[in-house]
Design a binder for this molecule. Sequence first.
Ligand code: HSE
Length: 322
Amino acid sequence: MKTVNVGLLGMGTVGTGTYKILEMNASRISKSAGVNIKITKVLDKNFARAYELGLTDETLTTDPDDVLHNPDIDIVVEAIGGIEPATTFMLDAMNHSKHVVTPNKAAVAASYDKLKATAEKNNVKFLFEAAVGGAIPVLNAITTVLQGNEFVEILGILNGTTNYILTQMGEFGLDYDDVLRDAQAKGFAEADPTADVEGIDVANKLCLLMALAFDEYVKPDEIPTMGISKIEKDDLALAARQDCKIKLIARATKKGDKLIYGVKPEFIPLTHPLASVDNEFNAIYLTGNAAGELMFYGKGAGSVPTGSAVVGDIMQIAKTLK
Ligand code: HSE
């Protein structure tokens, strides 16, 4: 059976989850893809995590070119996070005829047009299912089975860290700082959690949802955005008295030809399906003019759940390389 070689940039939370799934489910994956999928090079600054997983020096490198310019590598997974050097690495990989998979919402949202155009120019695939909603296959749904719809509205709970904080503060009266630390320890939060709590991470994800569902690319810094850092226990108690929960909501609504969008904490009535989405779970509530209302629900953060979507994208590409 042919082997498809993957180069992994970054053995952090998602890189580790991706590696573990490829090991744990290797036989199911090769049977389904019709090829073996092997991580043959891993770029990182620090090899501690990689050694813990049993990787050896032969696979590990600190030189990006060992992955990006490696003639044996078919697919590059960019999982280092942040905008740079991640974007430059992805463009370089595409320009060296490598397919690219990434969970990096910040980098894809910041340069969506350029990354997409570079992939098209080089005739390579560029997939980023894990960038929105972790394990939830919402981008695939929008671009495949739902592609015959005109989308009317998208509502999303798109950040595991903030949803975890709001849930733990609201249900158990815990303090904001304690819960944030817990979310960081569980691997939900970004390296700098400002992106989570100020809604920037959600704006990045809304940008990608709008680009795919409405074919409108709005740069994340042009999306009106408010986070949860000013929410207090009293606000959560007030919401509860009104039979509501506070959720950080990403919203895009088509009004005639105009798309109205933004990210902010909202009172969600307990009767709305999004009110039952708690902790690190995410959900995307879509309305299509043919499909009607749909809700996609699942783990929006964490190593193995997010790795699940990365592996799905790798397999989708690997199947075309048989
Ligand atoms: N920091 C992100 C979150 C990770 O909490 O949802 C997943 O994108």
